[in-house]
Design a protein around this ligand. Structure first.
Ligand code: AMP
Ligand code: MG
Length: 413
């Protein structure tokens, strides 16, 4: 059930999620630098060039069964054939096979000259070297032909593809040992906040442990990038400035968390204004406004809000697509699916909500329930959830039984 469609027009100072995504993506250029890596290190790397087949695979006619190879024409006269030799995988039978004769053949062995058909061993009776077929055969049965998998000159893999296990197998079937891939993006991360303590230290009154760097590390690992961890930066302009300068020289992207609201200790944006360009966007999204975005020289900058759920949500919705584009990947957009909500969902019109949900596939289709309280400091809600429940900006409360969109996490991290 949709309620309250009255807030369709946003003030000019507030962006929709889609507008912010578009602006971010239009500011990103894909990496062009390439490197050659061993196939063993190629999984999940982004292919830099199109790959064409240098020869037919399989390269030769071979048997798909253990059995006997012969010429089908032999069977016009008899169903019994004389075995004249053996063809092993990797050890071909080199002589011509005459009509009425057969060769014992193993799976993957080359078909000898003069043969065109293989009968499965199970469908024969063997008496010494006399092989009798017990079932009729078709011409070409159990034979695999050169180029069955792919032919010389065919386009096998396109540049921009994220290499899978099967892709690496294809490259190996062509005998390639190395593959040309795009350089990995280097992503610097840091947490800001005087209250943050590193793991292993003792908490004093008012302190909390830094959690955002750990979620970000893991989210970035799922994108197969290089991470430069700048640690925890105190709320001091000089310390923030030093970290930013370091990141801008070393990394393609700098992601900070915290310090982008309008609190007295929020120095991230003022430092960026001094060193580079920054936009502070209020985005009609929950959790997650505001978001800072900009550039430090060539380094892209994202200043994410500090609340742990906001950090994760804004990363997944805005930063992740930007990093994928930077990495040069042709990856598909994550797909939302419709599900029936089993719980009432509280929602104020005006912002697009990414609520935390747990979905299951049942005989009645996809069903989802809320994890409960949705405040952006409740990181456990992200841990319990397996999807976002995406509620459109203009919607209000949704009653149990309504259809909602879900965005499963397994597509994201
Ligand atoms: P801020 O965006 O700096 O105003 O922080 C918003 C809230 O998120 C505050 O309650 C912070 O203590 C908390 N917070 C900021 N950074 C982190 C972090 N790295 N780990 C855990 N909580 C954080
Ligand atoms: Mg702070």
């Amino acid at each position: 059930m949709q309620a309250n469609l009255s807030c369709d027009v946003l003030p000019a100072s507030i962006l929709t999620v889609e507008q912010a995504q578009e602006r971010i993506l239009s500011s990103v250029q894909a990496i062009t630098a390439t490197e050659s890596v061993s196939l063993l290190a190629g999984c999940s790397r982004i292919l830099a060039t199109d790959v064409y087949a240098g020869f037919d695979v399989p390269p030769h006619r071979n048997s798909s069964m253990d059995g006997y190879a012969f010429a089908q024409a032999s069977l016009t006269k008899a169903t019994s054939l004389k075995q004249v030799g053996i063809a092993w995988a990797g050890r071909p039978y080199l002589d011509q096979v005459e009509l009425g004769k057969c060769v014992r053949i193993m799976t993957g062995a080359c078909l000898p000259e003069g043969t065109d058909t293989v009968v499965m061993q199970e469908n024969t009776r063997q008496q010494a070297l006399q092989i009798t077929l017990q079932t009729p055969t078709q011409l070409g049965e159990n034979v695999r032909y050169p180029g069955d998998d792919f032919k010389q000159g065919e386009l096998l893999l396109e540049a921009g593809r994220k290499l899978t296990a099967a892709d690496l197998g294809l490259l190996a079937s062509l005998g390639l040992t190395q593959v040309q891939v795009l350089r990995k993006p280097k992503i610097a991360i840091c947490s800001t906040g005087d209250e943050l303590r590193p793991l292993g230290s003792t908490l004093q009154a008012g302190d909390i442990y830094d959690t955002n760097r750990y979620t970000l590390h893991a989210l970035l690992q799922a994108l197969n990038v290089e991470v430069l961890d700048l640690g925890i930066i105190p709320d001091q302009p000089a310390a923030i400035e030093q970290a930013f300068l370091h990141a801008s020289q070393q990394a393609d992207v700098l992601i900070t968390t915290g310090g982008v609201s309008v609190g007295d200790a929020d120095f991230v944006t003022s430092t960026l204004q001094k060193l580079g360009e920054v936009n502070i966007w209020k985005i009609a999204m929950k959790p997650g406004k505001p978001l800072a975005q900009g550039k430090l020289g060539e380094c892209l900058f994202f200043g994410l809000p500090g609340n742990p759920v906001s950090t994760m949500a804004t990363f997944l919705i805005f930063v992740r697509p930007a990093i994928l584009k930077l990495a040069g990947a042709n990856t598909a957009q994550p797909i939302t699916q419709l599900a029936t909500t089993l719980t009432d969902l509280k929602k104020t019109p005006g912002r697009k909500d990414y609520q935390r949900g747990i979905y299951t596939l049942t005989s009645n289709g996809l069903q989802v329930r809320s994890t409960g309280k949705q405040d952006s400091h409740l990181l456990r809600s992200m841990s319990q959830a397996n999807c976002f429940i995406v509620l459109e900006r203009e919607w209000g409360d949704m009653a149990a039984g309504s259809q909602v969109s879900i965005l499963p996490f397994d597509q994201l991290f």
